[in-house]
Design a protein around this ligand. Structure first.
Ligand code: ATP
Ligand code: MG
Length: 632
């Protein structure tokens, strides 16, 4: 064990020496000539001159040491299926898929769009792409046609890999009609559509375009496909941000830097050892799925669980039964999923032996204290928050227990992670805030460490303009999140820079008000937005989901609860922060990755157009709010 402060300092002050050491964690075909080329800021070229391959590092290199160990564990509570692939079997499947893609005309640098449910073939497709140097662009399965069409046009894929259907809560969602419609809408037409037929629904095939994977898999049952050695900076994939604050940004990731960053993070942050089992409950459509369902655990020689289904079906114990069955050592989930569990009986979590589990990691949105305490008590295992973005691909703030054991603090995702030169900047002057408990914009001094976005796909200008600020001699990356830092170097994220409301000249974070409201024992979840007000400039408006919705079933019940909640806010934050109304809904509008679409709620409250809603999970949740606030 080293001292974390020292370890961190070295990662910043002796950047190249530090990352040269971490680069030893992966296999290189040719070793890098330069560790970081930052001659054209803000563009960083990591491990320039080196050649490697992501799929080789995730799969092939384990064949010598652990061929028969579990690699991919697929569990579906939707179709009641469990399939386990060893590294040897995974290698064979990835080669079959890679040979098929090559037969369909995919070559190095080409894009392959993956529009799939959470099934092993989706993982095979991703790994097959990186194996042959093609870029995958995974689009969350079940996305509507219009959203899918815009992503097809952006990626211009040669091939789209898809499946007949996904399933959610036992309901089959046919993908093929959505895909056909999207291709019709798109300007760019893929040459081929490769269909995985799960046998869930019948679908029609377009002659000459649609191919059946089962047949190709037979054809290529034993066709060897060697890994294509690519430059460290060869793009491995593109992936969109969640679209919480506006039009999603297409993040482009490299190969060498990403492999090194993930390998290091598995050891230093996520406490994973080769041979163990990792369980991330995310979806492959999101960055957590890319980094910590597929690449991170596999690069680290671990088995990874891919779970298709809900956390509460057949019951709230399902995840924990998998922890017991597969002796999961590290688990990764999101606060939004924990809030779903929170509405269930905590006894479900006590039914299983969780002794293998070292920690539950959470990321994606603020982890409020009541939720953190609830899950910590229910599980009896450490809960470790971490903060990052699609753009960075791995944690910016966290607790690096693999370097030095450190306590977590409720409400804080931890300290700056090695490699990230994190700063807090004054909102108005842009000056660095060096004191404690000062509120500023979370920023990162360039270069971003390995694994972070290279650029916005095909739009260097948008990359530079959106994220970077140049002051003489320095380039600084903006996260668009507020934070403070305490005397121990722990950060607290206070929300997004555009989630601030201004009541009669006083600036309030919506997050603070939400935290206060969720301390009411009846509240399961809440969203607060600022709404234009003629008198005060803006007022806070709250929309809450109750643990027991029947409490607000009558007007009198709802009024009573609203009063109780307002009183709590009054006491905790003062009358200024008190929402003008607290309304009760059965669901809140979120992105498919579980993030609250506050900007859409705000727009609807102000009778404006909610803008880009391509990533919304359940449009009826927004409709409920629209109905509630409709004038008259
Ligand atoms: P878009 O950029 O398209 O608006 P998005 O920012 O929601 O969407 P993601 O990259 O999925 O897209 O999310 C990153 C954001 O999620 C962070 O900038 C931050 O606001 C929030 N976030 C992630 N982890 C945490 C955490 N542990 N605590 C607080 N907020 C978090
Ligand atoms: Mg973002």
């Amino acid at each position: 064990m080293t001292d974390f402060a020292q370890f961190y300092r070295r990662s910043i002050d002796q950047r190249d020496a530090f990352w040269a050491e971490q680069a030893e964690l992966i296999d290189w075909h040719e070793r890098p000539r330069q560790i970081c080329d930052y001659s054209h800021p803000p563009f960083a070229r990591w491990f320039a001159g080196g050649t490697t391959n992501l799929c080789h590092n995730a799969v092939d290199r384990h064949l010598a040491t652990r061929p028969d160990q579990n690699a991919l564990i697929f569990v579906s509570t939707e179709v009641n299926e469990e399939r386990v692939y060893s590294f040897r079997e995974l290698h064979a499947e990835v080669q079959r898929m890679a040979a098929t893609l090559k037969s369909l005309g995919v070559g190095k640098g080409d894009r392959v769009l993956v529009y799939m449910p959470m099934i092993p073939e989706a993982a095979f497709a991703m790994l097959a792409c990186t194996r042959i140097g093609a870029l995958h662009s995974v689009v969350f399965g079940g996305f509507a046609s219009v959203s899918l069409a815009s992503r097809i046009d952006d990626a211009e894929p040669v091939v789209i890999v898809s499946a007949d259907a996904g399933s959610r809560g036992g309901k089959v969602v046919a993908y093929k009609p959505l895909l056909d419609e999207a291709i019709k809408l798109a300007q760019c037409k893929p040459a081929k559509v490769l269909m995985v037929d799960r046998g869930l629904v019948a679908f029609s095939r377009v002659a000459g375009r649609d191919e059946d994977y089962a047949a190709w898999r037979e054809t290529h049952a034993s066709t060897p496909v060697p890994c294509e050695w690519v430059d460290a900076e060869h793009p491995s994939y593109t992936l969109y941000t969640s679209g919480t604050t506006g039009r999603p940004k297409g993040v482009q990731r490299d190969t060498g830097g990403y492999a090194v960053a993930l390998a290091a993070s598995m050891k230093l942050i996520f406490l994973g050892n080769p041979g163990e089992t990792y369980f991330s409950t995310s979806d492959i459509g999101w960055v957590v799925g890319h980094s910590y369902i597929i690449y991170g655990p596999l690069i680290n020689g671990m088995a990874t669980i891919m779970y298709e289904g809900l956390p509460i079906r057949p019951d709230a114990a399902i995840w924990w039964s998998l922890v017991e069955k597969y002796k999961v050592t590290s688990m990764f989930s999101a606060p939004t999923a924990i809030r779903v569990l929170k509405k269930q009986d905590p006894a479900a979590l006590k039914k299983h032996d969780l002794s293998s589990l070292r920690a539950l990691f959470l990321a994606g949105e603020p982890l409020d204290e009541p939720t953190a305490r609830w899950i910590a008590d229910a599980l009896g295992r450490p809960i470790i928050d971490n903060y990052w973005q699609t753009e960075t691909g791995w944690p910016i703030l966290g607790i690096c227990n693999g370097v030095e054991k450190a306590p977590s603090k409720f409400g804080s995702p931890g300290k700056a992670v090695y490699g990230y030169d994190v700063k807090l900047l004054d909102e108005h002057t842009g000056e660095e805030l060096t004191g404690h408990h000062q509120k500023g914009v979370v920023a990162i001094e360039g270069p971003l460490p390995p694994g972070c976005m290279q650029t916005v796909w095909r739009d260097d200008e948008r990359f530079v303009k959106t994220y970077w600020k140049t002051v003489p001699g320095r380039t600084i990356y903006n996260t668009f999140d507020w934070g403070i830092r305490d005397e121990d170097g722990y950060y607290f994220i206070l929300g997004r820079t555009d989630d601030v409301i201004n009541v009669a000249g006083h600036r309030l974070g919506t997050r603070e008000i939400e935290e206060s409201i969720s301390s009411h024992p009846g509240v399961a979840e809440v969203a607060v937005v600022g709404v234009a007000d003629a008198l005060k400039g803006q007022v806070a408006m709250a929309f809450a989901v109750l643990k027991d919705p029947s409490r607000a079933a009558t007007a009198q019940g709802a009024r009573g609860l609203e009063g109780e909640i307002m009183k709590i806010v009054d006491e905790q934050l003062g009358a200024l922060a008190r929402p003008s109304r607290v309304r009760f809904v059965s669901a809140l509008p979120k992105t498919r990755s579980g993030k609250m679409l506050r900007r859409a709620i705000q727009a609807v409250c102000e009778q404006r157009d909610p803008g880009d809603l391509t990533t919304i999970e359940d449009p009826t949740a927004l409709q409920q709010i629209r109905d509630l606030v409709a004038p008259g």
